[in-house]
Design a protein around this ligand. Structure first.
Ligand SMILES: Cc1cc2nc3c(=O)[nH]c(=O)nc-3n(C[C@H](O)[C@H](O)[C@H](O)COP(=O)(O)O)c2cc1C
Length: 342
């Protein structure tokens, strides 16, 4: 399948693995890139720029295909040394960067002067248009369903993606709630050029996380995520657990008076405990509603090849079949009635 995204990024399939804290290590990114998608190393999971440089080298030993690095710009009192992280990306020869969390304008010249393609992740049409205006090469449009930070507008992808398609000139991928061939075909139908998956890639053989995390995603249904930190306007979709329910009780009790300090026990330092040690109740960790569509733990290659097979079968089979049946005059009687009435 050829789309503007496969062309822009030089990949075989229009499937991207979004940056994920403590999941996007070299093993994850290499597995996705080797299977023809775009794997992404999560920059800030590496504690220092030197660690990121080493992780990029490790990834390069595992794949000769293109892969990217995610740079998340978080509101922070002591911001990470972004210029040094960017230097690690550039000197590591990485040519694709996924930015997220804040306007990346300040960092674009540094990246694009070295031929880096920048995909900015946005949760609204206005942010996507801003990304286009400042010169991003593509955007990832993250709907309300998504695992992680869906923003504060709460617009699901069924509306957000066609709205993005109406407004944007640059290529974009659909993100949030994407799991399989059905998602890909739907995303393309709504105007996207491919899809970005987060949660789905955690439940794969190669995802470098504790088995408990994979099992939890497998067992979760679409009803099991919660939105936290809404009163702080830093909404995050996470899998429910004891720590999350404790946090939500604090939000209810404290109302608008809540501060970040009140929830530190449930959000700080959680990722290594969950992803490495498998302590699922340690606190809040991102997970999408798409957990309800995840029923197995395939290899990344199986997942991507199955997705592409399903997408092709859907387009050539079910969808083309619907058109053929109209041409052959074999429509449902009710449809025929409507048509003749017209
Ligand atoms: C466990 C986890 C950690 C994540 N960490 C980050 C991150 O550090 N930076 C980022 O930009 N997005 C992060 N995301 C968001 C994903 O890149 C992606 O946009 C999102 O998962 C898409 O929604 P989905 O989970 O429904 O596929 C994370 C998502 C998950 C599930």
């Amino acid at each position: 399948m050829k789309t503007r995204i496969t062309e822009l990024l030089g990949i075989r399939h229009p499937i991207i693995q979004g940056g994920m804290h403590f999941v996007g290590l070299a093993e994850m990114a290499a597995a996705v890139s080797n299977a023809g998608g775009l794997g992404i190393i999560t920059g800030l999971t590496q504690r220092t720029p030197a660690d990121l440089a080493a992780e990029i080298r490790r990834c390069r030993e595992m794949t000769d295909q293109p892969f990217g690095v995610n740079l998340t710009f978080l509101p922070s009192i002591n911001p990470p040394d972004y210029p040094a992280y960017i230097e690690a990306i550039l000197s590591g020869g990485v040519r694709i960067v996924e930015t997220a969390g804040n306007n990346p304008q300040k960092w674009l010249p540094m990246l694009q002067e070295h031929g880096v393609r920048v995909i900015h992740k946005c949760t609204s049409v206005r942010h996507a248009l801003k990304a286009e205006a400042i010169g991003c090469d593509a955007v990832s449009v993250d709907g309300f369903e998504c695992g992680g930070h869906p923003g504060e507008d709460d617009i699901p992808n069924m509306i957000l993606l066609p709205r993005a398609a109406e407004e944007l000139g640059i290529p974009f991928v659909a993100s949030g709630g994407m799991a399989d061939g059905r998602s890909l075909v739907a995303a393309l139908a709504l105007g996207a050029d491919g899809m970005n998956m987060g949660t789905r890639f955690i439940a794969t053989q190669e995802a470098p996380v504790h088995e408990n995390v994979k099992t939890a995603i497998l067992q979760a249904t679409e009803l099991d995520t919660r939105l936290i930190m809404r009163p702080l306007r830093n909404t995050e979709r996470v899998l429910t657990n004891a720590g999350v329910e404790r946090l939500l009780a604090k939000e209810r009790a404290l109302g608008d008076a809540i501060t970040f300090a009140d929830i530190i026990p449930e959000v700080a330092g959680v990722y290594p405990r969950v992803m490495l040690e498998g302590e699922l109740d340690a606190g809040a960790w991102s997970c999408g509603m798409v957990a309800g569509l995840i029923h197995d733990i395939p290899t990344v290659r199986e997942l991507i090849e199955r997705t592409m097979r399903e997408a092709e079968a859907l387009i050539r089979g079910r969808l083309m079949g619907l058109l053929d049946s109209i041409e052959a005059g074999s429509m449902e009687p009710s449809v025929r009635r409507t048509k003749s009435a017209l």
